[in-house]
Design a protein around this ligand. Structure first.
Ligand code: NPQ
Ligand code: MG
Length: 369
């Protein structure tokens, strides 16, 4: 397939509720959308970058620059016979994984449409529906967070994840566990702690959590292994796993017992598939993390999450968890049984509402061969 042109867009969507993590508070969701044109088709992908380099080193500006000046020209240069080739074609650029992931996803979408097959089938998915959880941010008070937990559990979410940071951790989890003794519950520290804080996690070890996500530094596997050895609860890595071989090393070192897979963090769907396979070969379960993607990234994540080793509920909440109006129609909705249907359409583009994309576009530029 020869990609003839690519349109880059920066989009900004207001969040229904502010989302606070240990690295900052967001009220607007930003992303760089990639629309790739080939053979009369349009393929869509999302680079879920933020305005500031707080989750990783990328931003809207770095993604725009690297896509426009390096990644898109490399794909426009020559045809690709399979979407997996995009990763090889882009390997000359170091890192910039979210930028790469947005472009690669657009090419996967083109191939799915041309083949008349769902992205799930193209990726090797095996499920029609996937269990999903909800990720809750840091709130001003514990009662306010508990009220949100209550509301989302009543909505049917089967798993709750709460953000923690020093000073907002043990008391929060104790109160939630007290009010919801049987609720599947996990925490995400986004690297806010150091190994010296191990006693905090030894206390959290008492609350029967599903996992403790990314407690320590994003560049660390050694201290995570030391921490994991002291805990019964599984450590799950997110930011530390940016390549499939990071997953192999983490597993060999005993740094984690669960892996959060995000195509955006890994550089694309091909790398996400390889990470899934590496974990499966070591008996390590994975789940699909989220970056508050719009429906464009969310549909691709749902297709990925239908693979067999995705054995824990993902951060794949319904569209209305974050947005008044999503960029896709129909939006992602939560089924009464706490699952979400895996998209069965041939590709993502058929659900993209370009009128809504236009309304939230704050910058756009065509790049042609
Ligand atoms: C995580 N996602 O698992 C990330 C954190 C994250 C669902 O917790 C805008 C606002 C973009 C908040 C990207 C979840 C974000 C964001 C990622 C939070 O670590
Ligand atoms: Mg995380």
């Amino acid at each position: 397939m020869r990609v003839e042109a690519v349109e880059l867009r920066v989009v900004e969507l207001p969040l229904r509720f502010p989302f606070e993590t240990s690295f900052g508070r967001e009220e607007v969701k930003r992303a760089v959308l990639v629309c790739a044109q080939a053979e009369g088709l349009e393929g869509w992908g999302e680079a879920p970058v933020m305005a500031a380099p707080l989750y990783n080193e990328e931003t809207v500006e770095t993604a725009w620059h690297v896509l426009r000046d390096f990644l898109v020209p490399a794909v426009l240069g020559a045809p690709v016979a399979h979407p997996r080739e995009v990763r090889e074609r882009l390997r000359f650029v170091r890192r910039h994984h979210m930028a790469k992931a947005g472009l690669e996803a657009a090419v996967w979408d083109l191939f799915a449409q041309r083949a008349g097959r769902s992205l799930r089938d193209l990726l090797g998915g095996v499920r029609e529906r996937v269990e999903v959880g909800v990720s809750l941010g840091i709130e001003p008070t514990v009662p306010e967070l508990v009220r949100r937990v209550e509301a989302f559990v009543r909505r049917g979410y089967r798993r709750v994840k709460v953000k923690i940071r020093p000073g907002w951790d043990v008391d929060v989890v104790r109160e939630i566990r007290h009010q919801f003794p049987d609720l599947p519950l996990q925490v995400d520290a986004n690297s806010a702690y150091a190994l010296e804080d191990a006693p905090v996690f030894e206390t959290l070890d008492e609350f029967g959590l599903l996992l403790i996500e990314q407690p320590l530094g994003e560049d660390d596997l050694v201290d995570h292994a030391k921490l994991q050895a002291r805990l019964r609860t599984a450590v799950c890595l997110d930011e530390s796993i940016v390549h499939p071989h990071d997953a192999r090393k983490a597993i060999e070192l005993g740094s984690c017992r669960v892996v959060n897979i995000k195509p955006a963090r890994l550089g694309g769907l091909a790398a996400a598939l390889d990470t899934h396979d590496v974990c499966a070969s070591h008996g390590i379960p994975v789940w699909c993390g989220g970056m508050l993607e719009t429906g464009i990234g969310r549909l691709a994540n749902l297709a990925l999450a239908s693979l067999p080793n995705f054995r824990l509920p993902g951060d794949l909440s319904a569209s209305d968890r974050y947005f008044e109006e999503d960029l896709i129609e129909p939006p992602v909705v939560l089924e009464p049984d706490g699952t979400v249907r895996v998209p069965a359409e041939a590709g993502i583009a058929p659900r993209v509402r370009r009128d809504r994309v236009d309304r939230v576009t704050v910058r756009r530029e065509w790049i042609r061969a």
